[in-house]
Write a protein that binds this ligand. Structure first.
Ligand code: GUN
Length: 290
């Protein structure tokens, strides 16, 4: 049976470190890290994620501000709010929860966030730094950055020469994940819905990252024996007894019989995403402190 990667515990370790360093920044320089989280509309899943982010920021000793805007908020109003937060010295991180309502141009919104406050790592400046290997000064998107920590806990820091397959090519997870793995000298394949013989491609992976948003799509016989499996999916499905439960993009029961190590859902990647958001906000506050 595969080792279960305890994302909750590892995230707690990261958060404890962040808390300690935030306390030190406040004591030494009287600078309290500040995170502003913006949500537009009432998507239930987004509301849950945003509430957890705001709560964790408070736990870290940060200033935590949440802006909950109605679904019919105009793009101009949202851009004006971001401009205010860009200019606010007490705010070091700005996060706009995605997806946004259809009448708002997400790209324009993201590019309006000051790159030095873009703790999600979605601004072109941060994407460009990641792709060109300037990771020392880039904000790296939280889910892939958290996933890398989990991978390194299992395989050690040296991933050189390993074969990695990322299933999913989103800007939030798939593409930055591929950049990080490439930066760590893995041989990387990005697979997606048009990939031919996806099971065979997945079977080549020493490190398999699933980020497609399709419940339990990756089956046990897609997994190479001993592989490290990182399941980024969070899908709510109905069960025969009329209830619902959360599952990942990987069929956990099957895959854990084959993999060397695997993240559960929930309790795997999810907590790491929030922990890395705190870490990015702390770094931003330190950089602002000079
Ligand atoms: N929606 C799903 N994941 C994310 C994320 O990491 N950041 C933001 N802003 N929105 C998301």
């Amino acid at each position: 049976m595969a080792q279960r990667i305890d994302g909750r515990q590892i995230a707690e370790d990261v958060v404890a470190q962040v808390k300690e360093r935030a306390t030190k920044l406040i004591a030494d320089k009287n600078i309290q890290p500040g995170l502003a989280v913006i949500i537009v509309g009432v998507d239930p899943a987004s509301q849950v994620y945003v509430a957890s982010k705001s709560k964790k920021a408070k736990e870290c000793g940060f200033k935590s501000v949440q802006h909950t805007l109605p679904a019919d908020t105009s793009e101009a109003d949202l851009l004006a709010l971001i401009a205010n937060l860009n200019a606010d010295k007490s705010i070091h991180g700005i996060l706009v929860q995605l997806p946004l309502p259809g009448h708002i141009d997400s790209g324009r919104v993201i590019q309006t966030i000051a790159p030095e406050k873009d703790v999600d790592g979605f601004h072109f400046v941060n994407v460009g730094k990641l792709v060109t290997g300037e990771t020392e000064t880039a904000f790296v998107p939280c889910t892939p950055a958290g996933s890398m920590i989990l991978i390194e806990r299992v395989r050690g820091k040296d991933l050189s020469g390993l074969t990695a397959v990322v299933v999913g090519r989103s800007n939030i997870v798939g593409k930055p994940m591929a950049s990080l793995l490439l930066g760590a000298n893995c041989t990387v394949t990005v697979a997606h819905s048009r990939t031919k013989d996806l099971p065979a491609v997945c079977r080549t992976a020493d490190i398999l990252v699933a980020a497609v948003g399709r419940p339990e799509m990756v089956k046990g016989d897609w997994v190479k024996p001993g592989a490290t499996v990182i399941d980024v999916g969070i899908n709510r499905i109905s069960t025969p007894d009329g209830k619902t439960r959360l599952v990942g993009d990987v069929d956990f029961a099957e895959a854990e019989k084959v993999a060397g190590a695997i993240t559960p859902v929930p309790g795997g990647v999810g907590p790491m995403t929030i922990a890395l958001l705190m870490a990015n906000t702390l770094v931003s506050a330190y950089l602002a402190a000079g």
